[in-house]
Write a protein that binds this ligand. Structure first.
Ligand code: TXA
Ligand code: MG
Length: 368
């Protein structure tokens, strides 16, 4: 198929997707981070379907996805107009972040306009918004002409999908879902979330591809880590009012196979936790390092899987690897601890939560 005919075909399918959203249905669509499970942000019944499909607690708020301003449409000339129906108080800092990073993998949390549905904010006074960069997501949003709520298109607590096939396998047999296919997601982990709702300090709620230092370099806006905020005496109030983030549960993004991290050079220590002689173990190793030489380990059948030591490439393949390894019937999956450094923070965050929630019986997510 030529890229032109593919483009044409997508447009037809996208029109159908727009209609599905208008009728209160769900549509899964690609973004540059992960696939989202979309519904009309102004339709309470449609929003409830998302919570039911994911098995997600109803007090966990959703992100509203918006189209970027359309240069050819005079009524949608800039972000201020587009955000006005959703957001109270758009600060100068917010506009700096928006102009630098939207459309892109950055979600911003604002004080919400009173018209924003409680069903989507989990009853909170704030609303999370992002403009995804993927062309199919943008086309869908532009044609829909409204906000689309979209959590990652996975069952609650499970690994986020980075391909259309992943989405289908998440909901197979449960839900007859329309899935727009935009290929593999480029970024591979969910957007960075920054809370701007205090009106004072920008606070990092979820690390992602866009890091606080990149934000500082490009905009001059300082993003505080929650720990930093806690240590600022006057900020107690901000912490008390900090919003809930389901991705901040200790167990999240989890495979069913037990998953552990190993410190540099300490694979054997990690393996000794699992003394079962019949164990089949997948050990992920850095492409920059030589083989671990575990072939002749007496009791364990070990296979090495090579991973990129570049954080951008690593992130883009992380969920793909977790899903694939999870399907391959290993008794244990070992990943190397990501190196120290901000560009690895999003990856370390996802891997640690995936470890915590992994294993066949671990469906308990109320552990924060
Ligand atoms: O990259 C992404 O952000 C993907 C794609 C599909 O856009 N979406 C995504 O959605 O990761 P979800 O629902 O899986 O994660 C959204 C996170 C949740 O942890 C939620 O608690 C948080 O955003 N969130 C939503 N509204 C919020 C709010 N008002 N305040 C604080 N956190 C909020
Ligand atoms: Mg999610």
């Amino acid at each position: 198929m030529s890229s032109d005919s593919k483009q044409y075909q997508s447009s037809v399918v996208i029109n159908e997707a727009v209609q599905t959203l208008r009728n209160g249905g769900l549509v899964a669509f690609p973004t540059e981070t992960v696939y989202g499970l979309g519904a009309d942000a102004k339709n309470p019944e449609a929003i409830k379907k998302i919570f039911a499909a994911k098995g997600r607690p109803s007090n966990h708020p959703l992100i509203v996805h918006l189209a970027a301003p359309d240069k050819f449409d005079q009524s949608q000339i800039d972000w201020v107009d587009l955000l006005a129906p959703w957001v109270r108080d758009l600060s100068e800092d917010a506009l700096k972040l928006i102009n630098a990073f939207w459309p892109g993998p950055l979600t911003l949390v604002f004080k919400k306009d009173k018209s924003v549905l409680n069903e989507l904010t989990g009853g909170q006074e704030t609303v999370a918004i992002r403009a995804p960069a993927h062309p199919i997501a943008q086309e869908l949003l532009r044609k829909f002409k409204g906000g689309v709520v979209a959590p990652s298109a996975n069952r609650f607590g499970k690994v986020s999908p980075t391909s259309a096939a992943d989405v289908r396998s998440e909901f197979q047999g449960m839900l007859d879902l329309m899935v727009l296919d935009g290929g593999d997601c480029e970024v591979g982990i969910e957007s960075t979330i920054i809370d701007l709702s205090s009106g004072d300090k920008a606070v990092l709620l979820r690390p992602g591809a866009i890091t606080p230092s990149e934000i500082f370099t490009q905009t001059g806006v300082k993003v505080y880590l929650p720990e930093e905020i806690k240590s600022i005496a006057a900020a107690n109030e901000i912490v008390a009012s900090m919003p809930r983030v389901s991705g901040s549960l200790k167990a999240h993004y989890a495979p069913t196979t037990p998953l552990r991290l190993y410190a540099p050079g300490r694979v054997l220590d990690a393996l000794s936790e699992f003394p079962d002689t019949k164990s089949r173990v997948a050990v992920v190793v850095w492409d920059s390092e030589s083989s671990l030489g575990l072939d002749d380990h007496p009791s364990i059948d070990v296979e090495e899987v090579v991973a990129s030591s570049n954080p951008v490439t690593f992130a883009s393949r992380l969920y793909r690897s977790l899903r694939d390894l999870d399907q391959q019937g290993w008794d244990l999956i070992l990943f190397p601890e990501p190196p120290v450094g901000e560009e690895w923070d999003g990856i370390r965050d996802r891997l640690q939560r995936a470890c915590f929630g992994s294993g066949p019986s671990s469906n308990n997510h109320d552990n924060k």
